[in-house]
Each structure stands twice: as structure tokens, then as C-alpha cells.
Design a binder for this molecule. Sequence first.
Ligand SMILES: [Zn+2]
Length: 676
Amino acid sequence: MNDMSRRDFLALSAGAAGALPLGSPSDAACTQAHVPGTSATTDLPGLVAPGWCDRPMRWAQLTLVENDPGRFDPQFWLDYFRRIHADAACLSAGGIVAYYPTAVPLHHRSAWLGTSDPFGTLVEGSRRLGMHVIARTDPHAVRDEVQRAHPDWIAVTADGNPRRHWANPELWVTCALGPYNFEFMTAVHREIATRYRVDGIFSNRWAGHGQCWCEHCRENFRAATALDLPTSQDPKDRARREYIEWNRERLTALWKHWDMEIRKINPEACFIPNGPPDLRSAGELAPIQFADHQARRGLTPPWANARRAKEYRSVMGRRPVGGIFSVGLEEPWRWKDSVQADAEVRIWAAEGTAAGMRPWFTKFSGVLYDRRWLDTVERIYAWHHRNEKYLRNERSLARVAMLLSEQTTTFYGGAPHQERHGDHPAGMYHALVEARMPFDMAHEAYLTPERIDRYRVLVLANAAALSDEQCAALTSYVARGGRIVATFETSLYDEFGRRRGDLGLAELFGVSVAGEVEGPMRNSYLSLEADSATGRRHAILDGLEGAPRIINGVWRLPVVPRGAFPSPLTLIPSYPDLPMEDVYPRVPHTDTRELYLRDLGRGRVAYVPWDIDRTFWEVMSPDHGRLLRNVITWAMNERPIVEVDGRGVIDVTGAPEGGADFVAVFPKRRGEGSLA
Ligand SMILES: [Zn+2]
């Protein structure tokens, strides 16, 4: 899965992840909603169903390597599964290498397999432990004999050559959207489901690796769109936009195809993609999902795993979501046989658990080189097992949700100020963590009263690409008493990233666009103003006493108000930052507001027309953090559900029933820190 945007130079000197993961009854109900601005994926029936998916609480994944058969000890692993109270396993079965005596032609048996069946041995042993079992396949690469027999199964590069594997040049990369997956892997999945009657099949790297130019892709894309494959990467290019949609539809059709073939053999089983075509499709189709976000890299904040959990929760509701975590390092250099420090593994798993994921450890290679991780995972799972009743389908108590906009991620961009879009939600996320406010994510596809009215405040961190329907849904949310905090170019573009003449939410914000984005601004400030009638400062300036001004952001969208607004923050335009003799404001004061606050019936709206969230992610100015917290608190205008004292960064999560809580301290650097 994609890693979140991250700040390489972020140094979290101290911090904490905390959670109040409390229990509530199982409720697999989920709502479905049509997604404005997107076409129906396919006419195949929808999925969801397998009832077993909600039972397992702790997952174990053993991914075998080709020379494991005959060298690794299956009983060691089965003993470990029992010791850690794992109640479901994901085990290597087939794809690149078959770990059972397959009869499917061209399905490569491990060269070490002999007459053994290590997959079958592990399945049988796991079943004896009462575990659910899903089979892991990986269809993304094949050997020369497959390429020779079916050259059309291989992915093709833009210059027309079959694609060698980037990491192992003995292999070829397969086309995900053609007959290799639709026919060959279907036969493999049928064979596994028939022989072993597994609860499901989980495919890794099933969705392709960039655009494929093979004959099937060219023909199928033309048949669907009457266009040639795109040559531009620009999502504003029509062929690229159509390709994005077509690719998603094709993968959704493949998911449904494999699922139906598996269910024909075992109606209680299902196909589980490792990574859905997009989150919306997971919300519509999946009985269970797993977030494959295995560890942090560099200085990725530990909350990144909780964020992934919240993103899946935003579409899955209370259906189960597993959090795949690695016991090894996940740096770009891919030391796959490595072991991370105890604290590193624990903080990552704790963040995912706190935000509602069930733990799934993954280990590559049945033969171990470094055993230090075994105790770490055992302690995590033992704690989880003891507290299981609090950790099942927890419903969040959060009163704040951040809008998750996949459209914006996909279709927004092109201009210099749009290059690092991910920094807007990342900065807002970090500000909410620092504010110690429990919060969820709300997905753009589900802006129904049922989904969003539980939240007092929706935060739109530069949610730039919004459809007319989504703008209408947000407007009626405020009419029903909801509150919105929005930044920068929110709603200036439609769902395909096409610029509007004015903000889609202009009426709600009470402002209109008055020009092009200005910046990058150097040495610009915000003047903190008292109300001219009362002489008092607005509550959104609490904690900034003594400061006549604070730093501005880097990019601003010029807007003009459509009515009367308070003026707690006004613009001090850029002035020279060199030579030092020239560093004095040329315009010491303006009436240009940089924050628009509105009471609107029972609702409230706060609009910040500059990049406060992105700048916060870049600069981490406490003034910006304080301002964001104050604005959200003003919008919320109710007593917080939880207040946490103490120093450090505390990631607070809450759920309504039970009584367990835990606090985890972020490591100062890799290998340090503690969990209490
Ligand atoms: Zn292809």
C-alpha cells in the first residue's frame, strides 16, 4: 500500500500514543451509498457476507520462501500460533511459487517441495488449533517458462518490451488486468479452494505495478472508452482520467470474479485483496480488509498507523479491519530478514489497535535468522488476548472527523502550490493529535446524515476536489447543526479536479474567490486583532496573549467576504527578508481577513483561506497548532469528551463502553521508548 505523505525531517522528540479502546457489541451492519461523480463499477453482484470474518481477533502470517520446504519446522510455527493466542492464519499457498503439489499447468512448484505439502500441513495444524485459515497467493511475477508459453500474460512497458522484474531479473512482471489473472490465477484459486477448503484467499500484489501496454490492455481499454492508452500522467488529460476509472473497474471486476469462483466451491469463503482498488470499493464490497502498512520509515510519526486504521474505518464502519505489521524494518533498502526493536514494533501495533484494527503480524521465511521479535509479538498478543472484549468492533466516541478525499489525492495537482497536497491532511492530522482531540476520518463517498451527523465538526484540510453533490451534502450537514472547518482551496475544484469559477462552498463559507493563489510568500505575518467594539480578543486567539502577530502561511487564496465577519486575524503582506537593513513592514496593517468565522443557524463555519495545515506540517509552529486547535474548539462549542493532562504528544482515542485504556510513549528514536 502507499505510504502516507510524511515529513522526513520531522523529529518527534517526545510523544505518546494513547488510546481508550473500549468494547461494544458486534454489529457488522454497514450502509451503502452511491458515490456522486463516479460511474458504477460493474454489473456483477456486490459482495460482503462471509460471517466468519468478524470472529478472528489476532492474525498470524507466515510467508514462506522457496527453499523453506524441508528446511523449516511447521510444528515450531504451530506451537507459536497457539502460544500467542492467534485465531487466524494467512499462509503461503501459490502464485509465484506453489507450496503444495499443484496440478495447474505452469504453476511453479517450489524446487524444494519434493513430495511434501507444507501448505497443507500448516492448514491442517492451524485448523486443529481452532484457527481460521486463508491462503496467500502472489500473482505479480512468473518464470521464463510461463513467459515462453504465454507471452501475452506479461506486462509490457511503454516502449513495447515485456517487463522484467525490478528486483529479481529472473522473473517477469505479469499483467494484472488480462488473462493471466482472469484465467490462470482463477484456476489456481479454484484448486486451492477445492483441495483445502480455506476460509478465504488473500492475494498480495494483485493489482499491477503501473500502467501496462500489453495487447489485452490496449484492446480492452479501447473497447471500453474508444480511446488509446494514455501517454500523459496528467489526471486532467481525458485518456488518463478514463484510464484511472477503467483500471479501477477492471480490478473491481477481477475481485468479484475471484470471489464468485471461490464461493462456488465454498459459500462461506471469500476473496480478500491486499489493498482494494480504492477505499470506496472496500466500503461497498469487503466483508473484511487489512491495512498493509507494516512499519514506519525514517521519522514517519507513529500515528501514521492509526491514520491508516481510521481511513479504513471510514469506509468499513464496524466491519473488521486488520492491521498488518512487520517485525522487520520497512526502509527502502528492504532488509526483509531484519528484526525491529521491541519498542518500535509495539508502538506501531498499539497505534493500530487503538484506532480500531486487529493485529496481524507478518513474517517472511519459515527459517528464522533472528528470533528477538518472537517475545515482542507474544507480549503484544497476550495483552490483546486479555483485553479482547474491549477491542471488538469498537465504535469511536469522536466528535470530530477529518474528511478523507481520494478524489483530491487523485485529481488535484499541477500548480506549484499543489505539489505536496498530502501535507495538508498530514498537518491537520498532527494538529488534531497535538490538540488531544479524539477524531475519526469521514470518507467523501459517505456524506450521508447516518454517517456524518454523529460528528459535531467536519474538518476539510484542503479538500480541493468536491462534486456538486458533495458540496450540497456538506451544506445540509451545517443546516442540520453540523460545523465545518475548512482550509485553502477546499471545493475550488470538482470531483475530477476541474477548476470552478468560484468555491463550490462559497455560499457556505460566505466568501468568493478574488484571484489566483499567491505565493510562495516569504516573511508574511498575521495581525492578531481585538474586536473594535469590545476591545477584547476573540476566543480563537486564546493562548496567544502577548503576541501582536504570528507567522503567516506560505500560500494564500485571495477571497472577498459576501457579508459581515469578525476580524480576529488580518494579513501583513510579505516584505523583504534581506538585506537586514530592509527588513521592516512596508504595509504594517490591512483589513484583509485571513480567517472567516460564521454562525449559521445551528451550525458554524470556519474558513481559513491559506495553507495553515500544510505550513504546520512543514514548520511545526506552535502558534499555528494553537490556532488550529482554537478554531476547531470554537466550531465545536461543546465540552470535550476527554481532557488529558501531562507533557508530550498524546494520541487520544475513545470508545463508548468498557473500561480499558492504555498509553504508549513514542520512541525518541528507533529502538527507544516504552509502552505502559
Ligand atoms: Zn496488460
